[in-house]
Design a protein around this ligand. Structure first.
Ligand SMILES: [Zn+2]
Length: 270
């Protein structure tokens, strides 16, 4: 594939890893340039620890993830739970986008349970056209062309369900995706099990191999293709291979930003 620039923009310092981690690994293998950006510092994503102590723990976690992938993982110092679609944050995001010059941006949809996710999605779409307008945030040079914007998957249905336009099989990078999420121990072994009520299932901290295998099973469940993804997988990889895929990540084209037909969309993914 063409050596393009891909910017994955999440609200929290694990969103990109969860929803696009496998795709990021495959982009990197194809020689593309990838960066992750977290719009907030994740300082409230824990039940025991919060504030600056948690923000610095999460900075270490993103640092480990960045090292593992060999990418730049930027974390903006906006408090977790406080992201709103306001001008000062749009300006910050605009500068980040213009500095990286992405061909493709992947972010949240703006209908989502978490206000930070909604705001991140809104801020990205607010930038979609303005990144090319020289007078807006005039201290950073405008982009010459609009990036393609895709949404990462979610399960929300109102006012419209997530409808994938592109799928990437990630069976072949499942070990690496597991290692990537393993960097976010505060989330995958502590906060998410606590808040979602399955803490008792998590293997103890001293049992690293058991933890990894448990995490891999969770990722397998999360990335199991539904019917619409299966159709796209068969279209992309052929009947035999497409039917056999057990894990995939999927993306929906946003109608703002660059536009493309099904062929162009497929070419944009590894
Ligand atoms: Zn999040």
């Amino acid at each position: 594939m063409d050596k393009i620039n891909i910017m994955m923009i999440g609200a929290h310092p694990d969103d990109c890893d969860f929803r696009c981690g496998g795709t990021a690994i495959k982009y990197l293998r194809s020689g593309c340039r990838v960066m992750f950006l977290s719009m907030t510092n994740g300082c409230n994503g824990h039940h025991l620890d919060f504030g600056s102590a948690l923000a610095s723990r999460r900075r270490e976690e993103t640092g480990a993830a960045a090292k593992l992938l060999g990418i730049d993982y930027r974390v903006l110092d906006i408090p977790d739970g406080s992201l709103t679609a306001e001008l000062r944050y749009r300006d910050m995001l605009m500068r980040e986008i213009r500095a990286f010059m992405p061909d493709v941006i992947i972010t949240h949809r703006s209908n989502d349970y978490h206000p930070d996710h909604r705001s991140a999605g809104t801020l990205v779409t607010d930038c979609s056209y303005l990144v090319m307008v020289p007078g807006i945030t005039a201290d950073s040079p405008p982009l010459k062309k609009a990036p393609f914007i895709f949404y990462m998957t979610d399960s929300f249905t109102f006012p419209a369900p997530f409808t994938p336009d592109a799928v990437v099989a990630v069976d072949d990078v499942l070990e690496e995706k597991t290692a990537l999420l393993n960097c976010h121990a505060s989330q995958v072994y502590e906060w998410l099990p606590w808040v979602e009520g399955y803490s008792q299932e998590v293997p103890p901290a001293g049992e690293g191999a058991k933890r990894l295998s448990w995490l891999k099973d969770r990722i397998k469940n999360m990335d199991a293709p539904g019917d619409t993804c299966r159709e796209l997988l068969i279209k992309r990889y052929g009947r035999g291979k497409g039917a056999a895929v057990t894990c995939c990540e999927s993306f929906q084209l946003c109608e703002y930003g660059a536009r493309g037909d099904a062929k162009k969309i497929t070419e944009l993914f590894p």
